[in-house]
Design a protein around this ligand. Structure first.
Ligand code: CAA
Length: 385
């Protein structure tokens, strides 16, 4: 039998290891983290202790050196029990990937090393009040002053803002050049002039703080530029090609978590003298849920392979996996609530939390409408394999 579409032994071992951490150290706190809208400290500690907090960091910088598929498995398994906690490895990848892809050796050694050692998390500051889907419409300014740069502006919807020590910030360095006038920098939480807005009151992922980041005359040294001046937008987009795959992984994970609960419930719940699992209408729902999850998972793993190899069709696959898996996550988690009936609608069971958490995967790292723009452009350009 060909093992073409099977996980390698190594990937299976990683999945088993992270599943144990997720079930034993993260799941017990998931409901409380959501209820109290607090950062999942227990998950952060457990992920750090097992080297799953930023698994993508290459070994040469002190990281675990997980490939894109292994990173997907980590995020999927954590999201299966707690989506808020899965944002720790996911956003650490998103925030630091511009450094890994575009930075020089010095900035890579400094910041990837610190991330790997657990000295602080990494957030990604692209969005602004007027630059959401239109990411190029950056208003944050960075002005050169001698060897330094001075940053001013407001970043919005920043995941894990305030918790993270390090921030990749996109800023205009030459507004007339539009996308070619945007540059990426590393800003530290401790830099003078950095502050944060109040945490947003959200529908889901309540354990992951989403805040504005204010940059008020933040002076940073010139060696905090990631790559070259003017290359920031392309770097930001390239980063998202890779990390949309991690959002797909979150979506697959939360959908699987909801199906797991539904499967248990329908076999225990008895109505009309038998377990409701014995009704064909229920079986059909379960079948559709499982089928969609598996399709989303295969597309996500295929996209991870492209991410690892840096294939030319990654842009298409990253967008496709993210859009498809997040739509599946929404459908499956809504159906899980339906299968649990009135119980599913209460906080006594985790499926309503999963349904609320799933929704964000259709929105962040580019709405699913933006993903379709990206895919359409790739198809028209003849890039997709
Ligand atoms: N890789 C490399 N370069 C790319 C690229 C990619 N994937 N996509 C675009 N570029 C380059 C282009 O080649 C182009 O350069 P040239 O002019 O030399 O050709 C330049 O960037 C501009 O590209 P576009 O003309 O395509 O730019 P656009 O203004 O039309 O925008 C867009 C395209 C796809 C709509 C883009 O703005 C976009 O992706 N928007 C969504 C933003 C987004 O995903 N935000 C998420 C924020 S992060 C977040 O949510 C994380 C979180 O909290 C967890």
């Amino acid at each position: 039998m060909s093992d073409l579409f099977a996980l390698s032994e190594e990937h299976r071992a990683i999945r088993e290891a992270v599943r144990a951490v997720a079930e034993n150290k993260i799941a017990p706190w998931a409901a409380e983290v959501d209820e109290d809208a607090r950062f999942p400290r227990e998950a952060a500690d457990a992920l750090l202790a097992s080297d799953f907090h930023a698994p993508h960091v290459p070994e040469e910088y002190g990281g675990a050196g997980a490939d894109a598929l292994a990173t997907v498995l980590v995020i999927e398994e954590v999201a299966r029990v707690c989506v808020s906690s899965s944002l720790i490895p996911a956003v650490n990848k998103l925030g630091s990937l511009p450094v890994q892809i575009g930075g020089d050796e010095q900035i890579k050694a400094t910041y990837l090393g610190r991330l790997a050692r657990g000295e602080g998390g990494f957030s990604y500051c692209l969005s602004e009040p007027d630059a959401g889907s239109d990411a190029a419409n950056q208003k944050t300014r960075a002005v050169r002053d001698g060897d330094d740069w001075v940053l001013n502006g407001v970043k919005r919807w920043i995941t894990n803002a305030g918790e993270s020590e390090y921030y990749t910030v996109l800023a205009q360095t030459d507004p007339e050049k539009r996308t070619k006038g945007i540059t990426a920098f590393v800003v530290e939480k401790s830099d003078e002039g950095v502050s944060f807005g109040a945490p947003e009151k959200k529908l889901g992922i309540k354990g992951s703080p989403t805040r504005e980041v204010y940059l008020d005359h933040v002076r940073i040294p010139g060696d905090r530029i990631i790559g070259e001046v003017g290359q920031g937008f392309a770097l930001a987009m390239q980063t998202l090609d890779h990390t949309r795959v991690t959002i797909a992984a979150q979506a697959v994970g939360v959908a699987q978590g909801a199906l797991d609960h539904a499967l248990g419930y329908v076999q225990e719940r008895r109505q009309f003298g038998k377990a409701i699992a014995e009704f064909q209408g229920i079986e059909f729902m379960l079948a559709d849920m499982g089928m969609k999850i598996e399709a989303a998972r295969q597309l996500t793993y295929a996209a991870a392979g492209r991410s690892e190899r840096g294939d030319a069709d990654l842009t298409f696959f990253g967008a496709a996996a993210k859009a498809f898996a997040s739509d599946v996550a929404m459908q499956v988690t809504v159906d899980a609530v339906q299968l649990l009936g009135g119980y599913g609608y209460t906080r006594d069971y985790p499926v309503e939390r999963m349904m609320r958490d799933a929704k964000i995967t259709q929105i962040y790292e580019g709405t699913n409408q933006v993903q379709r723009v990206v895919m359409g452009r790739q198809l028209l350009a003849g890039v997709q394999s």
